[in-house]
Design a protein around this ligand. Structure first.
Ligand code: MG
Length: 678
């Protein structure tokens, strides 16, 4: 059978498994008439029990001082808006001084980025948040620092600098990994070695060097580098025929002096973080004009010894040339903007200087009043994301930080980790941390919305839960739609407002601890495909607080989505939906933390002629809620035997008709309803 036929067959079987059984329950097309459901939720007692966290980017959120960037005073002024979403915690994007706008390349963990305000502003914000029952979580980047971090600047001064051990340096990474000399890459070994994750760095600074080229054999030209006392003036020769260039540093291109007889020379001040290449063109940046080393990395020039240069014709690829005094550092994310921290062997990680420093810096923020951390990129700390090393490391980090936190608190600190993977790969990380993001939640929900198939959703959630259980009994599933690294949910759902609202209703009625990424509560639009900034856009308040540091904003945000002000007065807006569902989640313990179970008729097994229906119960004590969502694009009518007390929340038109032993339910396309049942 052809592969495509197998796939079609498999899809058909999935389809059939939702449809093959006869209509469950009584005939939905019996007599009588339908009445439109009206929501009559219980009055909220004021206790925030829903465990909803609001993720916001400080720079994009609210600008008070008018410099175009969001700041802490603006954020403090907008706490009431956040409070109305019923949230109990805020996750702030990194607040430390950093190299980039996004803050994930920190240059000092002990300080606050001055663009955001002062430490007094920070403490004022935390106090104001606490007064509203809102905790504050800091984004904490423990995998790497920015290359401009003062630790790194110290580390590269000399091999015996005390900060040297904070990072991973090697003159020959391939050999050192194979020999087991780099503990953080030991279990992955040299087979996982990626030369693209190593970057050269000069530890010698700027120095004058003389470069001599012998071009008599154009297929194997030779280069000799020597130390020299002085440098040549700029080469005034503008002819480009047979010209040779030295390319190094931050895009520096210097032309050689043509000495005749295929000999070329240049003496220049040399400094480069990545090495250098010889080029024969200023404009054609292809391999035919590029000359360098043949080997993958670590191809090193010795002063005074001729080195044969390779081009694309006689090397698979052409690589940078390194000078004596140049070493390499490791950076997982394929950019020399970051430098990975070195915690050594995980068995003794807590003794490493980097571990002690990162924990001590966390204490500064605990002293400033924060309640927890969101840990970035935790599966990349040790270079074997499938080994136990990262969970083991995270456990040590959690315990070290929590020990300090518990000195002034009667409860454990909150910590949520980012493992950007499917739930099976996430699960073992619960050995290290109490909370982890569940990216599978959004992926499965998106699939279900695209396929108009709700019948598997409850089973998916129960599968996730059962997978986590062996690793931690009190696991916290940080459920979410999208975040700052993903295209906006509405964009991913084909800009459909109806499906965006349904996604929100599912998030806020499902088991888990939901995260809401700022702007999502307004149905924000934005694609990551052009630039990350399109999914990190300013929040349009409709007042003077809107940030304007970037023009990379989808015009639809203002023209289609509108402002907080316009959505606040529109009863059909996404914002009103979030507020309504969040309030119900805060009102009903069953909705907040009740057990989630499958509906007996509408589920993945056997069920149904209604694959579009997602149905589940949320139960806490004697309180039992029935949650129904119509993932389909058409109205649907079906029957349930549950005894409805009342509807507590809905989105879209829902109609019911009570019969003697059952109830007929009619749901509009993409609608949702939660019934309190007896
Ligand atoms: Mg500002």
């Amino acid at each position: 059978m052809k592969k495509s036929a197998i796939i079609l067959c498999a899809l058909f079987l999935i389809f059939v498994s939702c449809r093959k059984e006869p209509t469950p329950g009584p005939d939905p097309n019996g007599g009588g008439s339908f009445a439109k459901v009206k929501d009559t939720p219980r009055v909220w007692d004021g206790n925030k029990r829903a465990d909803i966290t609001y993720q916001l980017l400080v720079y994009s959120f609210a600008d008070k001082d008018g410099d175009g960037w969001g700041d802490l005073q603006g954020l403090t002024d907008k706490l009431e808006y956040i409070d109305q979403l019923g949230v109990t915690a805020i996750w702030l994007s990194p607040v430390h001084p950093a190299m980039s706008y996004h803050g994930y390349d920190v240059t000092d963990y002990s300080k606050l980025n001055p663009v955001y305000g002062t430490m007094d502003d920070f403490r004022t914000f935390v106090r104001a948040a606490h007064q509203k029952g809102i905790k504050v979580y800091l984004d904490y980047v423990i995998n790497h620092t920015g290359r401009e971090h003062w630790w790194f600047k110290q580390a590269i001064i000399s091999v015996d600098n005390p900060y040297r051990d904070y990072y991973i340096f090697s003159d020959d990474p391939g050999a050192d990994i194979a020999a087991g000399k780099i503990p953080m890459i030991k279990t992955e070994g040299a087979s996982g070695y990626d030369s693209g994750q190593w970057f050269t760095i000069s530890t010698t600074g700027s120095k004058p060097l003389k470069f001599k080229l012998d071009w008599n054999n154009p297929f194997q030209p030779k280069l000799t580098v020597t130390e020299t006392a002085g440098t040549d003036p700029e080469n005034p020769d503008v002819s480009t025929e047979n010209a040779k260039y030295l390319y190094f540093g931050d895009g520096v291109l210097k032309k050689f002096y043509d000495k005749g007889g295929n000999q070329y020379e240049l003496s220049t001040d040399f400094t480069s973080s990545w090495g250098f290449l010889i080029r024969t063109s200023t404009t054609q940046w292809n391999n035919k004009t590029k000359y360098g080393a043949q080997s993958q990395s670590g191809a090193r020039i010795t002063y005074g010894t001729p080195f044969v240069l390779y081009t694309h014709d006689n090397a698979d690829n052409v690589h940078d040339l390194l000078l004596p005094g140049v070493t390499m550092f490791h950076s997982h994310f394929w950019t020399n903007w970051f430098a990975d921290l070195n915690y050594g062997d995980v068995k003794t990680a807590e003794n490493s200087p980097a571990f002690k420093a990162i924990v001590e810096n966390a204490q500064i923020w605990i002293d400033a009043g924060i309640d927890g951390f969101r840990l970035d990129a935790v599966k990349h700390i040790y270079h074997n994301e499938f080994s136990d090393e990262n969970p083991e490391f995270l456990k040590k980090f959690y315990e070290a930080v929590n020990d300090y936190y518990r000195q002034s608190k009667d409860h454990d600190i909150y910590m949520v980790g980012e493992v950007f993977s499917g739930y099976e790969q996430v699960a073992p990380y619960y050995k290290g941390l109490p909370a982890l993001f569940e990216f599978s939640f959004w992926h499965r929900l998106k699939w279900a919305l695209e396929e108009q198939t709700g019948c598997y959703f409850t089973k998916d959630i129960l599968t996730f839960q059962n997978t986590y259980k062996p690793y931690r009994v009190d696991y916290i599933r940080a459920t979410k739609l999208t975040n700052h690294d993903e295209s906006r949910a509405r964009t991913e759902l084909g800009n459909s407002l109806a499906r965006t609202k349904l996604a929100a209703a599912v998030l806020l009625t499902s088991a888990g601890s939901p995260y809401v990424y700022y702007g999502e509560e307004m149905g924000y639009i934005g694609s990551k495909s052009n630039d990350d900034l399109y999914v990190r856009s300013p929040l349009y308040w409709g007042d003077g607080y809107t940030t304007n540091y970037t023009d990379k904003v989808d015009p639809a945000l203002f023209n289609v989505v509108g402002t907080v002000k316009t959505q606040e007065v529109d009863s059909m807006s996404v914002l009103q939906l979030y507020r309504k569902f969040a309030r119900v989640r805060n009102t009903y313990p069953a909705m907040a933390y009740g057990v989630m179970t499958e509906h007996s008729l509408y589920n993945d097994k056997a069920s149904s002629t209604y694959p579009q229906i997602a149905a589940w119960y949320r139960t806490w004590g004697s309180e039992k809620l029935l949650v129904l969502h119509n993932f389909g694009q058409n109205q649907v009518t079906f029957s349930i035997e549950d005894k409805i007390r009342n509807a507590v929340v809905s989105n879209g038109n829902i109609y019911v008709q009570e019969e003697k032993n059952y109830t007929r339910v009619k749901m509009d396309a993409y609608s949702s309803v939660v019934f309190d049942i007896k």
